[in-house]
Design a protein around this ligand. Structure first.
Ligand code: 13P
Ligand code: SF4
Length: 354
């Protein structure tokens, strides 16, 4: 495809979303990227939060974290370029270690992944011996290595329930943990790691009035710096103006926001919801590029966005950086083998659940 054809393809999808001059410029870079991709036998995975011009031009596969982990595990290409953030690229390396995994921006972090260390997980395990540890994939490889099983926003409750354990440690997203607690009917606590009297051992719990456990989920105070910003007031303000709006929220939003929404689910689940329902307008409470991407795919539906928040980490993945990643073979993601094999067990166990 030459750059005129690419421009026309992008324009058909993004005319109302991306200024024309930007489309012309980015179409040229997209052609360069696709050429390099062929030459280097690479696959490009694009998270749903990629900006629209990138999202609709160069990825071979787009999707949520779970989806893209599967694609990374299955690819037979030599290079995986991960247009997402570092923890996602690390997960690709954990699952498919013989491939070169490239992250187009060197940092591309995540406030959830930064919120907890492997040392914190070891301290929690020492405090609650024998209690299984579930970690959200939005964590670094050394944290995954300390875990029994991982989860994503699309399978968190199923993963917790699969353990059939009275008590589960669920890390590090405070809001996702509270939403999972609500969904599974579990009571959650947030322990401090400061020295204090010993807590009951696994299986003992703390007895409530009717012999029930007082807590069954043990959480951590990590937050997504994007999703924590949405409030119930935001939803009320939009509903006052558009009473027929259908509100969708990501489970990294607070439980109050999730309760005030019509639907909550992973980025893929929200995309599917809009595709498969027929409301006149939707409010999507998640990273704002995804609102643009859904709007582009559903031109007949009105997509309201509270676009005050672009994830600063996803935002570092640009078309220029993606081209340069392939051109200069950068930034290579490596996970020490001793950590990788332990993290692999936790991620693979999750993939077996679905
Ligand atoms: P998904 O797994 O739903 O794509 O979410 C990833 C993420 O980082 C959300 O902020
Ligand atoms: Fe992390 Fe939030 Fe950005 Fe997702 S949106 S990558 S959870 S900071």
């Amino acid at each position: 495809m030459n750059s005129q054809e690419m421009y026309e393809k992008m324009k058909a999808r993004l005319e109302k979303i991306v200024p024309d001059v930007e489309l012309r410029y980015k179409a040229e870079i997209a052609v360069e990227i696709n050429e390099l991709k062929k030459q280097k036998n690479a696959v490009i995975l694009g998270h749903n939060y990629m900006e629209p011009a990138l999202f609709y031009s160069v990825p071979d596969f787009t999707g949520d974290s779970l989806d893209l982990s599967r694609k990374a595990a299955q690819t037979d290409k030599d290079i995986i370029v991960f247009c997402g953030v570092r923890f996602m690229a690390e997960t690709a390396k954990i699952l498919n270690p013989s491939k070169t995994v490239l992250l187009p921006a060197e940092k591309a972090g995540c406030s959830l992944a930064e919120s907890i260390t492997a040392e914190d997980v070891r301290a929690l395990k020492a405090k609650f011996p024998g209690v299984p540890v579930v970690t959200y994939v939005n964590t670094y490889a050394d944290v995954k290595a300390e875990s029994d099983i991982c989860c994503t926003s699309s399978n968190a409750a199923a993963v917790v329930e699969s353990l059939h354990s009275d008590t589960v440690i669920f890390l590090p997203d405070e809001y996702l943990a509270k939403n999972v607690a609500n969904e599974t009917g579990k009571h959650i606590i947030f322990p401090t790691l400061a020295p204090q009297p010993p807590l009951p051992q696994a299986g003992e719990g703390v007895k409530g009035g009717e012999g029930q456990l007082d807590y069954q989920l043990i959480g951590w105070h990590g937050r997504c710096e994007v999703h924590e910003k949405f409030t119930v007031k935001d939803i009320e303000a939009v509903r006052a103006q558009f009473p027929d709006v259908v509100v969708l929220s990501h489970p990294e939003c607070s439980p109050e926001v999730v309760a005030a929404s019509n639907f909550s689910g992973s980025t893929n689940a929200m995309i599917r919801y809009v595709q498969q329902t027929k409301a006149p307008r939707y409010l999507v409470l998640t990273e704002c590029a995804m609102g643009d991407n859904i709007a582009a795919a559903n031109p007949e539906k009105d997509m309201l966005r509270l676009c005050m928040v672009r994830c600063p980490h996803m935002n570092t993945i640009t078309m220029e950086e993606t081209r340069d990643a392939l051109k200069f073979n950068r930034y290579v993601i490596d996970v020490p083998e001793e950590i990788r094999v332990r993290a692999y067990r936790a991620v693979q166990r999750m993939l077996e659940i679905g």
